[in-house]
Design a protein around this ligand. Structure first.
Ligand code: RB5
Length: 150
């Protein structure tokens, strides 16, 4: 699976850990955003890169990381077809897939430790959308998008 991942400077160190983890597991990773944790980089630009990659099919899923995960998830969720879930643990990541069919995971490097972050990432890729009653809600979101992005 192809995954697009980007971060600002505040998410740079966690991004390195996640990229190595995903590559070890055989994912194809497209990386963008900050090139160090010391030089300021806009979370808006980083979020846009991943949202565009997922939106146009360059990547199937995305991961966005900033200090809290908040700013970058707001950016990603402005794009049509993006369902970005800001998760702080494995349970949230599982639910984001099973109930919301989330296609982008947002994490905050200043919020969670590396161990929890990696298990959150694993849960995000392990779980499938359950469909059925949850598909009704996700379709409602898609209808809302059709109205907003006319
Ligand atoms: C950067 O200092 C910080 O504002 C950013 O990483 C993020 O937490 C914004 O939501």
């Amino acid at each position: 699976m192809k995954v697009s991942i980007a971060s600002d400077h505040a998410g740079y160190a966690l991004r390195q850990k996640i990229v190595s983890h995903l590559k070890e597991k055989g994912f194809e990773v497209l990386e963008g955003g900050a090139t160090s944790s010391s030089e300021s980089y806009s979370y808006v630009k980083a979020g846009q890169k991943v949202a565009r990659d997922v939106n146009d099919g360059t990547a199937l899923r995305g991961i966005v990381i900033c200090g809290t995960g908040i700013g970058i998830s707001i950016v990603a969720n402005k794009y049509k077809g993006i369902r970005c879930a800001l998760c702080t643990n494995e349970f949230m990541a599982r639910m984001s897939r099973e109930h919301n069919d989330a296609n982008v995971l947002a994490l905050g490097e200043r919020v969670i430790g590396y161990g929890v972050a990696l298990s959150t990432v694993d849960a995000f890729f392990e779980e499938e959308f359950l469909g059925e009653r949850h598909a009704i809600r996700v379709n409602d979101i898609k209808e809302q998008e059709d109205e907003l992005f006319k």
